[in-house]
Write a protein that binds this ligand. Sequence first.
Ligand code: SAM
Length: 243
Amino acid sequence: THFGFREVPESEKDGLVAGVFHSVAGKYDLMNDLMSLGAHRLWKQFATEASGVRGGFRVLDVAGGTGDMAAKFALRVGRRGQVVIADINSSMLEVGRGRLADQGFAGNVDFVQANAENLPFPENYFDRVSIAFGLRNVTHIDRALASMFRVLKPGGALLVLEFSRPVVPGLNQLYDAYSFNVLPWLGRVVARDEGSYRYLAESIRKHPDQETLKGMMERAGFERVQYFNLTGGIVALHKGYKY
Ligand code: SAM
């Protein structure tokens, strides 16, 4: 799995992303901890608290992967609520299913294999939709935003947790050096897959910055869109409402 991501045409992106996540699924959680030095746990906790998810809510976690967000939501929605993970990748869903069963969430979370751009759920159904470190991977961000907007109830909110642009002077250079040297190295020695982690660094650079994503959410129909910079803007949480 070694490829020059930049040379791949847009239409092949779905297949390429699939390959990356089939390859990394087994080592995904370990790599997250190593690469972020554990910080992804704090980012996800922040997003969970900002989500306002409470008892009885229906929550959809898009690109839910191995289930970190879903487990946090499941604790909050309780027995009357519902949590659904949608992910395009069967290997990530398999790892997530096993992990959540081990944590005792077996009956509380549904797993659906689906593309974020074309979510197979009824209109106006969910109180909250979240997508954590997933929007960067979809081929057409505008279509994914439209699809998530459609399945949200009026009054519901979307939460997007994603890598963004560092806003602290000097952090950019340090972060570039880290992403293009340390990440591929970690990928090689731990996951035996350097290409996928080079893809990660490149996909982070290409993803829209805070203000651009805010504008895209507004164009998709979201209102009161705001964002929070985490760890100096390395990550941002965007939140917007459907009315
Ligand atoms: N949300 C999890 C987390 O925060 O740990 C997983 C994030 S992982 C970096 C990205 C996930 O997005 C993968 O599980 C991948 O299969 C999924 N994905 C990529 N493209 C997708 C798409 N078009 N629709 C749904 N899921 C997608």
